[in-house]
Design a protein around this ligand. Structure first.
Ligand code: IMP
Ligand code: MG
Length: 174
């Protein structure tokens, strides 16, 4: 089954370039910005966002699991892979694929803030505000979407579809 297209490659590319400029403008031109991508879903977004970035930029990866493999998270978040480097004194941006209930990001923001970065912000490609359980702060959002289950461009359903170059809707399929 081919998921119904929601955002094409061209749409994603244009929005991500605009987002990179928007983010960069909020920091001094020569300030190194450290992107922390949340595995696995955010790796494709990170790759495009980072290449659209001007000025000094570095990245690191963290992995969390929210238990369960279906279309809803259990709400219990666990750290699966930690960062390689310290965040102390850095301008850090968490890069995430999608904010749904907000539980994952809220957990990540808490543990990363405790590492004393100079600043901590969050960039999400997608947001489903109608599903929010925690009012988590997300400074940069690519697209706001309805309560649909989306895949592609890094996002999966049971580890499938991450390789789709576009974002599609999987509602009612599987
Ligand atoms: P939250 O903790 O409920 O905000 O869930 C965030 C995580 O759930 C994301 O990082 C995704 O891994 C997953 N997720 C939420 N909605 C979707 C979706 O529509 N497609 C694929 N994964 C999703
Ligand atoms: Mg994820």
């Amino acid at each position: 089954m081919r998921p119904d297209p929601l955002f094409s490659e061209a749409t994603l590319s244009a929005r991500i370039s605009a987002l990179a400029s928007e983010i960069r403008r909020d920091y001094a031109a020569d300030a190194p910005v450290h992107l922390v991508a949340v595995l696995k879903g955010a790796f494709v977004f990170l790759a495009d966002l980072m290449r659209a970035f001007e000025g000094p930029v570095t990245c690191d990866f963290i992995a969390v699991s929210s238990y369960g493999s279906g279309k809803t998270s259990s709400g219990e978040v666990r750290l699966m892979k930690d960062l390689d480097r310290s965040l102390e004194g850095r301008d850090v941006i968490i890069v995430e694929d999608i904010v749904d209930t907000g539980l994952t990001l809220s957990y990540l923001q808490d543990i990363l803030r405790a590492r004393e970065p100079k600043s901590l912000r969050t960039a999400c490609l997608l947001s489903k505000p109608s599903r929010r359980k925690i009012d988590v702060q997300v400074e940069y959002i690519g697209f706001t979407i309805e309560d649909r289950f989306v895949v592609g461009y890094g996002l999966d359903f049971d580890e499938r579809y991450r390789n789709l170059p576009y974002i599609g809707v999987l509602d009612g399929q599987g």
